[in-house]
Design a binder for this molecule. Structure first.
Ligand code: ADP
Ligand code: MG
Length: 246
């Protein structure tokens, strides 16, 4: 792989960057992660001692009632929020040891996000939306444009690449979001209810695509879901109950 992400990784810290490049297999290690909000006098304990080990090709569904901490856990795994205690290692690297700018580069390179409401930019075409993760590094290179085209073909939208999100169905938009999440060949794909807004047929198509592309790319997939069909399609399933992963 070429382009800015490796350069910026090399700038981050030589030993960690070297480690990240040497470990060919994607890994996620979550050790004793707890998270509380609020003050020390009256803390709200949201996650308690969450431990998780996953590697490339693994897929995990996280289920649990509303308010059980699912989104909080995804935010921490996505390096968007820090745990109160415990450690997260992505490809052997502790992302929270980085400065804000280094962390942004790391996140962009290592993590693909898929949201329930797709978060596509309405004024951009399908191909431009898929290329959004490259914008932090300046203009997308030809290798990014080629990969974006391949991913758009892979999600069955090759004939729609110039269309705007408003011209697509909900399932098609979610497929664009999957292509965008995979563009940078992330270690970790995090999805929050990716089929939540879809009819059954579209949900099945999105589930099949997501798992196939994740597996083809050797990525780790973690998805929060209320869908039994999606949870059943994933290799493993865990439940968050009162902040504990069981
Ligand atoms: P879920 O996604 O499982 O519905 P969340 O992770 O969104 O649950 O929330 C878990 C609990 O943490 C809820 O009680 C919520 O109100 C609380 N919470 C989430 N984020 C914050 C925050 N930034 N400050 C205070 N409380 C929060
Ligand atoms: Mg939530």
């Amino acid at each position: 792989m070429t382009g800015w992400p490796q350069q910026s990784l090399a700038r981050i810290e030589p030993s960690q960057a070297k480690h990240a490049r040497m470990s060919a297999m994607s890994t996620l290690s979550v050790q004793h992660v707890s998270k509380s909000f609020g003050t020390t006098e009256s803390p709200l304990q949201v996650l308690t001692d969450v431990t998780l080990e996953l590697s490339g090709g693994d897929s995990l569904a996280i289920v649990g009632p509303s308010g059980s901490g699912k989104s909080t856990l995804l935010q921490i795994l996505g390096t968007l929020d820090q745990p109160t205690s415990g450690t997260v290692l992505i490809d052997g690297t502790d992302p929270f040891s980085y400065s804000a700018a280094q962390l942004a580069a790391f996140r962009n390179h290592k993590i693909g996000f898929i949201f329930q409401d797709h978060h596509l930019l309405p004024q951009l075409s399908v191909i431009e939306n898929v290329l959004v993760p490259t914008l932090a590094g300046g203009r997308p290179g030809s290798e990014h444009i080629d990969r974006a085209g391949e991913l758009i073909e892979a999600v069955g939208l090759g004939h729609r690449r110039g269309h705007l999100p408003s011209q697509l169905s909900g399932g098609e938009r979610e497929r664009v979001a999957i292509a965008r999440a995979l563009l940078m060949k992330p270690t970790l794909i995090l999805a929050d209810e990716p089929t939540g807004n879809l009819d059954r047929k579209s949900a099945e198509a999105v589930t099949e695509l997501l798992l196939r592309l994740q597996s083809d790319n050797g990525a780790i997939l973690i998805s929060v879901t209320h869908s039994d069909a999606l949870a059943a399609a994933m290799k493993d399933r865990k439940e968050l109950l009162d902040g504990k992963l069981v």
